[in-house]
Design a protein around this ligand. Structure first.
Ligand code: 5GP
Length: 114
């Protein structure tokens, strides 16, 4: 098992504010929210980032997006809009080496990102 903060949250060794869970995915609130709604959606399977994903992960990757859409609905940002972000690697600022989708909403978001 990789030793990073998200694998510990998935294993329930570290607490997090969980908003959704099923057998393949865990979603919890970001500890340092950048928007009124900031949820991280992570696969329970260890995948470091998109680059490390394989063909057999395609179904899981799609599931991350449909779960994100469901959480956006339950968080009340579906109609106003939201952004899904996957930081991949150093230049994107990926800090945690476990694939995760940021769901950001609840305010107008600037574009382009920094
Ligand atoms: P990245 O930069 O890797 O795309 O995003 C990592 C995210 O994880 C950051 O937004 C950061 O605030 C969040 N994060 C880091 N450590 C923890 C933690 O222990 N708990 C929670 N809930 N979020 C964390």
């Amino acid at each position: 098992m990789a030793d990073n903060i998200f694998t510990k949250i998935i294993a329930k060794q570290i607490p997090a504010k969980i908003v959704y869970e099923d057998d393949r995915v865990l979603a919890f609130r970001d500890i340092k929210p950048e928007a009124p709604v900031h949820v991280l959606i992570v696969p329970k399977r260890e995948i470091a980032n998109v680059t490390a994903a394989r063909v057999e992960d395609e179904n899981l990757l799609g599931h991350l997006l449909t779960v994100a859409a469901e959480i956006a609905r339950s968080e009340g940002v579906s109609d106003t809009g939201y952004r899904l972000v996957i930081n991949n690697g150093r230049n994107a600022g990926q800090a945690v080496p476990h694939l995760h989708v940021h769901l950001l909403g609840g305010r107008a978001l600037g574009w382009p990102p920094g």
